[in-house]
Design a protein around this ligand. Structure first.
Ligand code: PHB
Ligand code: FE
Length: 328
């Protein structure tokens, strides 16, 4: 059965549902009430509009992240840290063997601005792509306003650590961070801090669980502490990670509360590799040659530990470093 052709629009002109189309090289993106269509010279693809917008939101907010951001098993981006590949079918064995895959490289500035415009045009009033499905309105229907406040919200990236003087602040009701409905039982008391005189700007501590209990977003690792290249990127999860992340380095996961199920696949072919169920206290290292997608039945706290060393992707792809953290 063929995919319904999207309604064609000229530059600057909206389709009958009120949405604009976007071009990047030979790729064309369009949406209607329910779906997003992606076309390239050798194929076309359809995704649900809500899943597409959740993935697009993360790609934009994370500046294309580490490695590969697959929107699903067909379409996605590869970050080359200065330029970005946009691909269809490149990491899908069936498309590759049929020679239907397509890949184009763009400057980060161009793909970022196009994706930002698309996210802005296609996100309706009341739909927050970062929120869990039960905490937001519908992505569907004809064009209905916008949700600029949600899609451009501040991403926490601490310079040293959340709560340090001049750095990212702690979260409170007053700065728009009430405790999430699933974390009402998390104690909110803060530690007593007694820095030696002269070290008040160097020593600090805060209640990490209380901080996370006030996260308004899902599947959005944010940098809360930095030590050289070591980044602590905690996040609260609910429903499904909207992207399938293809690693270009090892990442560590520490499960802080509740439960996550990870589906792990070969990064390049999509072949199924493993299912990992993580419960509080579980620690996993995700290898540099896999891709993964998480499922959270209830809101869960996860600590993602990243190594931001910019030399890692080349060291791993050239074989100078292994794809796993420990070779036994
Ligand atoms: C990941 O791909 O490693 C990842 C992304 C977003 C999350 C958690 C993990 O919220
Ligand atoms: Fe990942």
């Amino acid at each position: 059965m063929s995919v319904t052709a999207p309604i064609q629009t000229g530059p600057g002109e909206a389709n009958v549902d009120g949405y604009h189309s976007f071009r990047l090289g030979e790729f064309k993106f369009s949406r209607d009430e329910y779906f997003v269509y992606v076309e390239w010279p050798t194929g076309k693809h359809v995704m649900s509009a809500d899943a597409f917008l959740r993935a697009l939101q993360r790609d934009v907010a994370w500046q294309f992240f580490y490695g590969i951001v697959n929107f699903d098993g067909v379409v996605g981006t590869v970050n080359h840290y200065g330029t970005v590949d946009l691909f269809a079918g490149r990491y899908n064995d069936v498309y590759r063997k049929a020679e239907l895959d397509h890949l184009e490289n763009f400057s980060t500035a161009l793909i970022k601005s196009t994706f930002e415009e698309m996210l802005d045009d296609w996100t309706n009033d009341g739909f927050d792509p970062f929120a869990s499905p039960t905490e937001t309105g519908s992505a569907f229907g004809i064009k209905r306003g916008n949700n600029r406040a949600a899609i451009t919200r501040h991403r926490v990236t601490a310079a040293r650590m959340v709560s340090m003087p001049g750095d990212e602040p702690l979260r409170t009701n007053d700065n728009g961070h009430p405790i999430n409905r699933h974390f009402l039982d998390v104690p909110q008391d803060e530690p007593v801090k007694e820095a030696e005189p002269g070290f008040e700007a160097e020593v600090n501590a805060f209640n990490f669980f209380a901080y996370l209990s006030r996260s308004q977003v899902t599947w959005n690792p944010s940098v809360v502490s930095v030590c050289g290249d070591s980044l602590y990127c905690p996040t609260t999860e609910e429903y499904i990670l909207p992207i399938i992340h293809g690693n270009d380095r090892v990442e560590w996961f520490i499960q802080l509360s509740d439960e996550l199920i990870w589906q792990v696949e070969d990064r390049d072919t999509g072949a199924a590799l493993a299912k990992v169920t993580m419960r509080p206290g579980d620690v996993a290292a995700m290898p540099a040659d896999i891709r993964h997608q998480g499922y959270a039945p209830k809101r869960a706290m996860l600590l993602v530990w990243e190594n931001a060393d910019p030399d890692l992707p080349a060291l791993i792809s050239s074989g100078q470093l292994p794809s796993v953290p420990i070779v036994i």
